[in-house]
Ligand binder design. Structure first.
Ligand code: G3H
Ligand code: 13P
Ligand code: ZN
Length: 312
């Protein structure tokens, strides 16, 4: 079916009480691991690319890798999305390059400025058949080269969302309810808890409108342990409990972003492989189990967390 926008995916997800997985892609094995799982589970998917991913892999390669997945799985709805577009120019470049969805992240700017930048991107995107995700509220953690401390992060103000959505014309809205980017989301010894009250206040004010959650890796302890057992040092890596993500997916949350979990699965698997096979040096030999573990992790997300298996 070729690349699709997220419009239809979100409509079905909203009405069906599930969410679409948005997974970050940086290389071939990650694209393959994600899409093999989606094909086997018959799940729609959003493959997303950050500014950092474009700089690492070259935008042309990433686009071609995603096109390869579309060709391998023509039955699957696949959207190609720009994650955390920092400015109009980056969004325009992705729109011109064939992305079906872009995020303009002006959430660190004052309200009026966020509206103005988002509006500019929406006008260009919609004129080209592309949909736009915007953000209100700030998450803690690291996005590309922007680092936001926990003190500087702030929950979305529900009283702002209706005006923001109306004035920008955006197609989905990322909100801040206590998730954060990276592998260290909650302090050890504290109880990880998303602010469902903020989520429900937001959804009440924009009924029928798709909400997005960033920073939603659950940081599987199995992989944290694997990293730490085989030479890594990631003490106190803690993610969002999966039951809370499942609960969010049942609400107006239609897109859940997952990146760190894939990184952990890949890194843990490769560390283990090298520890157990110090003589091996063929990249195919260590990337193969890494890809397989990404696939199984994504399958678990689709089936047990997002609820989107069988919805393609
Ligand atoms: O939110 C950020 C995503 O995890 C992408 O990370 O900017 O390191 O590619 P990145
Ligand atoms: P994680 O760091 O929790 O995987 O979040 C990814 C994300 O929000 C990408 O935009
Ligand atoms: Zn994000």
């Amino acid at each position: 079916m070729g690349l699709v926008t997220t419009t239809e995916m979100f409509k079905k997800a909203y009405n069906g009480g599930y969410a679409i997985g948005a997974f970050n892609v940086n290389n071939m094995e990650i694209v393959q691991g994600i899409t093999e799982a989606c094909a086997e589970e018959n799940a729609p998917v959003i493959l997303q690319v950050s500014k950092g991913a474009r700089a690492y892999a070259n935008p042309v390669y990433l686009k071609k890798l995603v096109e390869a997945a579309v060709e391998c799985y023509p039955q699957l709805p696949i959207a190609l999305h720009l994650d955390h577009g920092p400015d109009f120019e980056t969004c325009k470049s992705c729109i011109d390059g064939g992305f079906t969805s872009v995020m303009i992240d002006a959430s660190s700017k004052p309200f009026e400025e966020n509206i103005a930048i988002t509006r500019q991107v929406v006008e260009y995107a919609h004129a080209h058949g592309v949909v736009v995700e915007a953000e209100l509220g700030t998450l803690a953690g690291i996005e590309d080269d922007v680092k936001v401390s926990a003190e500087d992060s702030s929950y979305t103000h529900p009283e702002e969302v209706e005006e923001f959505v109306k004035r920008t014309g955006c197609d989905s809205l990322a909100i801040a309810i206590g998730t954060s980017h990276g592998a260290y989301k909650f302090k050890p010894g504290t109880k990880p808890q998303l602010r469902f009250d903020v989520l429900h206040e937001c959804e009440k004010r924009i009924p029928g409108f798709p909400i997005v959650l960033h920073g939603s890796s659950s940081v599987p302890q199995e992989y944290v342990q694997m990293v730490n057992t085989y030479g890594g040092a990631m003490p106190d890596a803690i993610g969002v409990p999966e039951d809370q993500l499942r609960e969010a997916a049942r609400s107006a949350v239609c897109k859940i972003n997952i990146d760190s979990d894939l990184r952990l699965a890949m890194t843990g698997t490769i560390r283990k492989f090298f520890a157990e096979h110090p003589d091996k040096f063929d990249p195919r030999e260590y990337l193969k189990p890494a890809r397989a573990n990404i696939k199984e992790l994504v399958r678990h997300k689709l089936v047990d967390v997002l609820g989107c298996a069988g919805k393609a």
